[in-house]
Design a protein around this ligand. Structure first.
Ligand SMILES: NC(=O)c1ccc[n+]([C@@H]2O[C@H](COP(=O)([O-])OP(=O)(O)OC[C@H]3O[C@@H](n4cnc5c(N)ncnc54)[C@H](O)[C@@H]3O)[C@@H](O)[C@H]2O)c1
Length: 318
């Protein structure tokens, strides 16, 4: 299987590429705005990986590199929902238009399999644990809006052209090589100021977290089991982890475990942030896929993995 991974030098993408090389050659398109060449080192040591540095909105370039591929994975996006508050065009450009470009390039190159990395933000703000059909509330961030717009484009391309697509809506993904997110932010803040950790919101925000290894396994499972021409899956644990739990775990994993945590207050981290979200992944479970780690387990494992990246390996007993 020949694969094109758009955004493949990023956090999730680089882990995905490590799995995909076992199935055949992989071409990665990434502008390296967030992703890094070195994230692909392990995959390149294991198989054929070509990195093409270009903009994911360039349809002609994408079509060129999509030609001859069996599947296109579209993972590039604005990595941080809150950036949409300062640049309202960002998610339109890096989300909606980049998704259009990936689909149009696939159509022109006659690639018939497409996988889109979406997010639980499409469910908006609701107390409900959302299954795939629960789109009664609309997104409340520009990032979530671009994901929902992207999903609509994927559906339309599938029904108008010879493309079969699988959309996977992730919970919050954590693990090594993270480029953003609460664990990444907290540990880097602690590296800059070991005495105090400032946390947005009151710490009670809670979301489902999944480890990047589980994320990639789920993505591959969904690729293999998604029904043509268009299928959607949630990929997240049933439970959730609070920001307070994450902050405390980050402090414990840092070289200064006595750092104080200062919560800035308010029920949400920023406008557009959903303070409490839950997802149901029964559909994948019914097909036989289950996550190895709960939300809390994924967080604790990722905290120690990212802490090792930020602070180095902890010293053993002398
Ligand atoms: N990490 C999460 O918790 C999470 C949750 C839900 C959905 N997702 C989605 O999964 C996908 C991957 O997320 P990630 O966490 O690996 O993010 P990431 O930022 O680490 O990876 C995205 C990659 O896309 C590249 N990129 C961005 N804009 C580009 C452009 N215009 N042209 C070419 N390359 C471009 C970046 O350099 C980066 O390598 C994204 O679509 C994201 O929205 C992530």
């Amino acid at each position: 299987m020949r694969s094109l991974v758009i955004g493949g030098a990023g956090f999730i993408g680089s882990h995905l590429v490590e799995r995909l090389v076992a199935r055949g050659p992989v071409t990665v398109v990434d502008d390296l705005s967030v992703g890094r060449r070195e994230f692909l080192a392990r995959a390149a040591a294991a198989g054929s990986v070509e990195l093409v540095v270009c903009d994911a909105r360039d349809v002609d370039a994408l079509a060129l590199h999509a030609s001859g591929q069996d599947v296109v994975f579209h993972l590039s996006a604005n990595p941080e929902a809150r950036r949409g508050l300062v640049d309202t065009r960002l998610d339109l450009e890096q989300g909606t238009l980049a998704t259009y470009a990936a689909l149009e390039a696939s159509r022109r190159a006659r690639v018939t399999r497409f996988v889109f990395a979406s997010s639980g933000t499409v469910y908006g703000e609701t107390d409900q644990a959302c299954a795939e059909g629960d789109l009664g509330q609309l997104p409340i961030s520009l990032y979530g809006a671009s994901k929902l717009a992207g999903e609509a484009l994927v559906s339309a391309f599938c029904h108008c052209f010879d493309i079969s697509a699988t959309i996977v809506r992730f919970g919050n993904v954590v693990g090594p090589r993270a480029t953003h997110g609460a664990i990444y932010d907290f540990l880097h803040k602690l590296a800059r100021d070991p005495s105090e950790l400032e946390v947005l919101g009151d710490g009670a925000q809670s979301k489902p977290y999944l480890h990047v290894d589980d994320c990639v396994l789920g993505l591959m499972f969904a690729l293999d089991r998604g029904a043509p021409p268009f299928d959607v899956f949630n990929l997240a644990p049933d439970g959730a982890t609070t920001v307070r739990t994450i902050a405390e775990a980050c402090v414990r994993a840092s070289p200064s475990p006595k750092a104080t945590i200062r919560y800035l207050g308010g029920e949400r981290g920023w406008r557009g942030d959903v303070p409490r979200s839950r997802m149901r992944a029964d559909k994948l479970r019914r097909l036989g896929f289950s996550l190895a780690l709960t939300s809390d387990e994924a967080v604790l494992r990722a905290v120690s993995e990212v802490a090792r990246e930020v602070f180095g390996a902890p010293e053993g007993p002398s």
